[in-house]
Design a binder for this molecule. Structure first.
Ligand SMILES: [Zn+2]
Length: 719
């Protein structure tokens, strides 16, 4: 059960190299000097005085960002130049550690700006984002392509075994060397100029892609004239639709807001087939039907520039460049996995379609199942087979109960954590929840925040990010945020979640645990600073506790009566866990495949017609099954074209191999116990990127991961 949701490391929206991941830390002498250029009234001028350096959201005005970015970049460059031009010979401390300490003012503003542009944006922030993206790319280039700096790193790298470094420090040196080489440090001067031009254009284009996706999502909302057409939706959902219409000045009508995926939640409920078709058509047309927010040319430009950039760096294509730094290493390995699973997944989806067709035929529907029908009728099949449907479950999944009696309780039983809500820290949205997180011995581990609801000014999906990353070097403890997109109920109504949303909440909290348990020295290795095809693994493991009987019985209580979920309903939910896996795997693989196809093109192979290319790519791979379309189509596929998952969407399935193998480990060892939690925390969750990811895994598991548990879970081992 996997939700391909999104993890964003702070500031990754601006394509910043991870080497300069945002940190909030006490200012060093040099940042204090440079920050003097910034008026003290600017909230970014000083380190936040709030607990754990929690961001001062209440003090930040839109007008504060521009000056803070300007001063932050200047201060950072001054620090870097001082390191590069240091007359003393390079040492680990005066070069590598000094870089780890640099850029703190910029880190402060970039963290908050990234939070706002993702979760609470407006026209001013979007304008600034477009303006800043190329500037930040140029800023990064000014550092990564600094010859003198690279000379110092190279000198140290060459004698890394003789410096007497501990394991984490030695790895940091190696990591810096790799980061610089991969950023173009070894290119000729002329090629460096070309690279800078590519980086600036790419930053601007991916910002444009992301902004188009959000604007198109809002513009594609479905307007419905009559209440009758909404048959199947709950009265509360109809109230929400009426409220959305009112907000748009469409009194008396109804508006169905879309989410970022191809599939849309109301499709499982709406009895009106024509309306279902309208919703699915609008969802799939996003970004490719002309108009202001069309992303087709943006995609072509991004694909071409990425291919050209990869060629310049000496790689056959962008995916080859990108995968080299992941645990997968090569396009061959990724293609093999996707190729191996495509046919069994589609075969499963076709079998499921057969079951669905029987229900349609039994009702004399007189049509063949289409994508817009799938979730409506698969719910019917599920209801028939397991005799329950989503509407029976929702009253047991009230949001606060799921969070505090489910997610938090599981973390308590595994890791001894406890949580205390606080309302004194500033929030950027009134619905945000803030918690102090304590270890079993009473010491405070972290601050955790949750921004649960969907809004028009918040991007789609779910993600985790760090407001403050843990680092012993800088003395920082973690402040970690989770973001979800649960539809907000009308005032006074409870937030009742779907089981998918419940699973997503557990998933994102798995990322939060990875950030909160981080126990590393260097910011570069903090928490989720691991390969992208590894980072989804701990979060996916945490999903297992959503269905763990001891946890589920605790949180799944009727929101009105407080009655626990009936044992027979619970048994059905567990039994149905593998239901619809053919569809889910197919829609996911289709998107993962598109991501690879786009990014495995050479510059000469870039097509001119986005939709034709998409169709051919799916057909060639045998995954062109219209009733189960890609979870994201090209023109609204933010993972591939805006976020940090370009050529990396395969990572969810790749990580799931480790996830499924780890779930087996928990089960073999008695499940939800403090002993298991402590082992997982000590050996894996606390390590961040401080060692090779697969070495960390072996150290935890005692061997490499096996693929059989994954195949079994996804129903792909049945020939
Ligand atoms: Zn995730």
């Amino acid at each position: 059960m996997t939700r391909p949701t999104l993890l964003v490391i702070a500031a990754s929206l601006m394509l910043a190299p991870a080497a300069f991941a945002a940190t909030n830390a006490p200012a060093t002498a040099s940042t204090a000097v440079a920050a003097a250029a910034l008026p003290a009234s600017n909230p970014f001028a000083q380190v936040s005085a709030l607990p754990f350096h929690y961001p001062p959201f209440d003090k930040v005005q839109d007008a504060d960002y521009g000056p803070a970015f300007t001063a932050g970049m200047a201060a950072h460059l001054a620090e870097i130049n001082a390191i590069a031009n240091n007359p003393k010979a390079a040492t680990f401390d005066n070069t590598i550690v000094a870089m780890e300490r640099s850029g703190q003012l910029l880190g402060r503003v970039r963290t908050v700006f990234s939070v706002m542009s993702g979760s609470n944006t407006n026209d001013t922030i979007q304008g600034l984002e477009r303006e800043l993206a190329p500037k930040m790319a140029a800023h990064s280039d000014a550092i990564m392509l600094n010859d003198k700096l690279f000379q110092r790193i190279s000198t140290l790298y060459a004698k890394r075994d003789k410096l007497g470094l501990d394991a984490e420090s030695k790895r940091l040196l190696e990591r810096y060397h790799t980061d610089f080489v991969r950023a173009g440090a070894k290119l000729s001067a002329a090629d460096k100029d070309k690279l800078k031009s590519y980086n600036g254009q790419l930053a601007a284009l991916s910002t444009k892609f992301a902004q188009n996706v959000l604007k198109e999502l809002n513009a594609s909302a479905i307007v419905v004239d009559t209440r009758e057409e909404l048959d199947g939706l709950s009265p509360a959902a109809i109230d929400v639709a009426a409220g959305l219409a009112k907000q748009r000045g469409l009194d008396g009508k109804y508006v169905i807001a879309l989410v970022n995926t191809t599939g849309q939640a109301p499709l499982s409920l709406l009895t009106n087939r024509a309306l279902r078709e309208r919703i699915m058509a609008a969802s799939q047309a996003r970004g490719s039907h002309g108009g202001e927010f069309d992303n087709r040319q943006v995609v072509l430009d991004l694909a071409r520039l990425r291919a050209e950039r990869a060629t310049l760096m000496g790689y056959p294509n962008y995916a080859a460049y990108s995968l080299e730094d992941q645990t997968a290493k090569t396009t061959t390995a990724v293609n093999a996995l996707l190729g191996e699973l495509a046919k069994p997944a589609v075969d499963n989806a076709r079998r499921e379609a057969g079951d669905i067709q029987k229900v349609i035929d039994a009702q004399n529907g007189g049509f063949k199942v289409a994508a817009s029908d799938w979730s409506f009728y698969s719910d019917k099949v599920r209801a028939e087979r397991y005799s329950f449907d989503e509407s029976q479950l929702k009253p047991y999944f009230e949001m606060h109960s799921v969070l505090t009696k489910g997610v938090f309780v599981a973390a308590g039983k595994l890791y001894g954590l406890s949580f205390k809500q606080r309302t004194d820290l500033p929030v950027y949205n009134a619905d945000m929840l803030v918690y102090d997180v304590f270890n079993e011995d009473g010491t405070q581990l972290a601050i955790f925040t949750l921004d649960p609801y969907a809004r028009g000014n918040k991007r789609g999906g779910a993600w985790a990010n760090a407001y403050v990353s843990q680092s012993a070097l800088l003395g920082n403890k973690p402040v970690i945020a989770n973001n979800l997109n649960i539809p907000k109920p009308e005032a006074g109504q409870p937030t009742l979640m779907t089981f998918d949303e419940v699973t997503t909440m557990f998933h994102e909290f798995g990322h939060a645990l990875h950030g909160m348990f981080s126990n590393v020295k260097y910011p570069r290795f903090s928490g989720t600073s691991v390969p992208r095809d590894f980072v989804e693994y701990p979060s996916q493991v945490n999903e297992m506790w959503a269905l763990w009987p001891e946890v589920l019985q605790n949180y799944a209580r009727h929101y009105q009566t407080g009655a626990p979920i009936p044992a027979e309903l619970l048994a059905k939910v567990t039994a149905a866990d593998n239901f619809n896996q053919g569809y889910k795997t197919t829609e996911y693989l289709a998107s993962a495949l598109l991501d690879q196809r786009w990014h495995q093109l050479t510059p000469a192979q870039i097509p001119t017609d986005v939709l034709a290319f998409e169709k051919t790519a799916l057909t060639d791979a045998g995954i062109d099954y219209a009733p189960a379309p890609p979870r994201y189509r090209t023109t609204y596929f933010s993972h591939a074209f805006a976020g940090g998952y370009s050529a990396g969407y395969y990572a969810y399935l790749w990580s799931e191999k480790l996830d499924a193998d780890t779930v087996e480990w928990f089960k073999e060892n008695g499940g939800l116990t403090r002993k298991n939690g402590d082992w997982f925390r000590a050996k894996l969750l606390s390590r961040g990127g401080s060692a090779d990811a697969l070495d960390i895994y072996r150290n935890f598991r005692g061997r490499d991961a096996q693929i059989e548990p994954l195949l079994k879970r996804r129903g792909l081992n049945v020939k």
